[in-house]
Design a protein around this ligand. Structure first.
Ligand SMILES: [Zn+2]
Length: 166
């Protein structure tokens, strides 16, 4: 009985330390210099950013932020299927897998700098967006399961045949 209790305590401890599924322990975020987990939350589920965002993606974004030398505002990180549908995301969006972020760009110059820096780092899936509000954002993801590993551009909600930043 004593041994059984000991095993229970050990298992409970392991769950507390490592999480009940594949979720990364909070301490992993200690190495992330410029971002906080909540910045990647799906708005309908507080805490979901830390649970779902893939660390290799966050680390890459952190490195990009370091290379740029100024803060990046995350418009959208993880999305639950419900939130993704609400914002008009594609059904198999990389945002659902914790492998994507949309970064706000107040000007085209900001967009250019981020796109150039992302290409330099080896990001292949880069989406350039010009919104009806008159600003820009860039979608970055590391979803290797996607057949299309290239760039795209949307202007006012319509797919553009040319990139804003060639
Ligand atoms: Zn996106």
């Amino acid at each position: 009985m004593y041994l059984f209790g000991l095993i229970l305590v050990f298992v409970a401890g392991a769950i507390v330390m490592f999480g009940s599924d594949d979720e990364a322990p909070a301490s992993v975020w200690d190495d992330v210099r410029y971002f906080q987990p909540f910045e990647f939350d799906s708005p309908d589920v507080p805490g979901s950013g830390q649970k779902v965002m893939k660390l290799h993606f966050i680390k890459a974004l952190d490195e990009l932020r370091g290379n740029l030398g100024y803060p990046l505002q995350v418009n959208s990180g993880y999305r639950t299927p419900e939130h993704n549908a609400r914002v008009g995301g594609v059904p198999d969006s990389a945002h659902l897998k914790g492998l994507a972020a949309d970064i706000y760009c107040p000007t085209k110059e900001h967009l250019r700098k981020i796109v150039y820096a992302a290409r330099e780092m080896g990001f292949r899936r880069i989406g350039q967006y010009f919104t009806v509000k008159g600003n820009y954002f860039v979608h970055l993801d590391l979803d290797d399961s996607k057949e299309y590993q290239g760039e795209w551009c949307f202007i006012n909600g319509s797919k553009s045949s040319t990139l804003l930043i060639p």
